[in-house]
Design a protein around this ligand. Sequence first.
Ligand SMILES: Cc1cc2nc3c(=O)[nH]c(=O)nc-3n(C[C@H](O)[C@H](O)[C@H](O)COP(=O)(O)O)c2cc1C
Length: 166
Amino acid sequence: MKVGIFYSFNTGKTRSVGERILKEFGEQAQSVDIEEINISKFLEYDLVVIGASTWYDGNLPDYWEDILPDLENADFKNKKIAIFGLGNQQGYPDYFGDAIFALAEVLEPLGAQLLGYTSTDGYTFNASKSVRDGKFMGLLIDEETQPELTKERITNWVKQLKSEMI
Ligand SMILES: Cc1cc2nc3c(=O)[nH]c(=O)nc-3n(C[C@H](O)[C@H](O)[C@H](O)COP(=O)(O)O)c2cc1C
């Protein structure tokens, strides 16, 4: 299984979490700068992992405005994808990690199959668009208020993704 981990190399925390996910996957994974994307790149991987933080009360950061039109032209039919998001549950409890939903909303209609749902247990927030059927639609990392949980969350998620790919 070949895994591509797509995130912006210009970010702070998203990049750091992307690198940690990359390390956890080991040799089978490569990281790709989503700001330098060529849409054919997605075809190279069995599993596409995409990361984004949430900004501006529930939106994607500005650099996504340039990337989304490219994503919409890519072939995601039957492509297995998993999304990781960063957010701050204390600072933005009404929009916690909404970026996961914002990406899923674009990718699923293109045919992508979403893996890696996770439990909301252990988080405290009012609302998140990224919850579907009681679970986050990916991995939500909160480096501001729960950095001590990040390592375990990443380890468990990568294990889960490996088993979901079989
Ligand atoms: C201006 C601003 C707006 C933010 N809005 C949200 C938000 O709506 N929901 C959320 O969960 N986190 C929000 N955050 C928290 C960020 O998602 C969090 O700090 C993340 O770790 C930033 O990662 P990055 O440095 O890779 O962009 C916001 C942060 C900033 C600075």
